[in-house]
Ligand binder design. Structure first.
Ligand code: FEO
Length: 385
């Protein structure tokens, strides 16, 4: 696949992976993107996951037409992109590996038995010329590791964005939900903690004329670049993306579930956009994604071992560690003899900034009663106010 006359896609699709980064389900698979820039000098942008080294090298061979690459540019050292550095340098011993000082420290740590013979160490803002293509390195620390750098090609106006603007899903599988959903789940799962650092990169990117975004995962973005940049601006500034309610619940015997579903039905009847998730049975990263997407969140859980039910703890800790903020939260708790869930849930979210709690709550003692239905009605009224 050609990105431009000189930039060719040489990445791979992974349909065998069960959990990306050891934790994220990826029902549509995963893509590890890599690109070759053919000019007077030839640069290869990143490697791919360890399991795809041979396929990737074959893809590169097909575009080199007998030439040999001059540079391997390492934008990110996480093994899904760096695993084949040694294999590549062994195949092309004259190649110079391009990275920054942090990159080379990480290469030494990941490949202890391997010494790079030729390296080009670059600084933030420095440019490497391939001929027509001048590549400028835009450091993007913590998007998603400290050594990350993006690369801007001023000839074809391409931003190679490392993990930024990435998405779950293989590139040869059509995503029925389009780009947003799996890109959002990827963003909040993987980069969500680093909103300030993403904002810093977006400020640098605003100075560039970007016509193509070439990330390390997911599709190459060639149209409506402003749309994707705006999404990243919203996500990284922790603003709600849509008005609506995300309901996340846990239930042991179905009583808390009943209240959560009643709330869902009442909100839908009022025309509110609502998503609901059973945290024990559905994907928690998806529930986290929806909590960030919507302006309001309702959490519903039973007390368990004088704490909150464990899946809710995992969910809330996932929100807190990603800097969840600027949202309104409603609480439904259940406790048959010593209710603790509401107190524990609020405690986990204590460090989240700018959280407003609904004045109305629903407190269930074992089973949902008429008084609880009135509490749910009051919550709905307050949400819709
Ligand atoms: Fe796609 Fe942070 O690695």
């Amino acid at each position: 696949m050609n990105i431009s006359k000189d930039i060719i896609y040489v990445g791979v699709n992974d349909h065998d992976i069960d959990l990306f980064e050891g934790q994220y389900v990826v029902p549509l698979g995963m893509a590890y993107n890599s690109y070759v820039i053919v000019d007077e000098k030839i640069a290869v942008m990143d490697t791919v996951d360890a399991r795809f080294g041979d396929e990737w090298l074959t893809n590169i061979d097909a575009v080199l037409c007998g030439r040999t690459p001059d540079y391997l540019i390492v934008q990110h050292m996480e093994p899904d992109h760096s695993a084949n550095i040694k294999k590549f340098v062994e195949k092309y011993p004259n190649v110079s590996v391009v990275g920054n000082s942090k990159t080379f420290n990480m290469i030494a740590n990941f490949f202890p038995d391997f010494e790079i013979s030729a390296k080009t160490e670059v600084k933030n803002g420095e440019t490497l010329s391939l001929g027509k293509h001048n590549l400028t390195f835009v450091f993007a620390p913590m998007v998603h590791w400290p050594e990350v750098m993006m690369t801007y090609d001023d000839c074809d106006k391409v931003l190679f964005s490392a993990d930024g603007f990435g998405k779950f899903g293989a590139n040869d599988v059509e995503d029925p939900e389009g780009w947003d959903c799996e890109a959002r789940r990827y963003y909040f799962g993987i980069v969500g903690k680093y909103g300030a650092q993403v904002q810093a990169v977006l400020k640098k990117a605003a100075a560039l004329d970007i016509q193509v975004i070439a990330p390390l995962h997911g599709p190459v973005l060639t149209e409506n670049i402003g749309y994707y940049v705006n999404k990243y601006d919203t996500w990284s500034s922790y603003k709600p993306e849509d008005e609506g309610v995300s309901i996340a619940y846990c239930s042991i015997y179905g009583n808390t579930k009943k209240a959560a579903e009643m709330l869902y039905d009442k909100l839908v009847a009022k025309g509110v956009e609502v998503k609901i998730a059973d945290l024990a049975r559905e994907d928690i990263p998806e529930a986290i994604e929806n909590a960030f997407r919507f302006s309001k969140l309702v959490i519903a859980a039973p007390t368990y071992n004088a704490d909150v039910f464990p899946f809710m703890r995992t969910f809330l800790e996932g929100l807190a560690e990603r800097g969840y903020r600027n949202r309104t939260i409603g609480i439904i708790e259940n406790g048959s003899w010593a209710p603790m869930a509401a107190k524990v849930m609020k405690g986990i979210l204590e460090k989240c900034k700018n959280i407003t709690y609904l004045e109305n709550t629903c407190k269930i003692t074992s089973a949902v009663k008429e008084s609880n239905i009135a509490e749910l009605d009051a919550m709905v009224e307050e949400i819709c106010k």
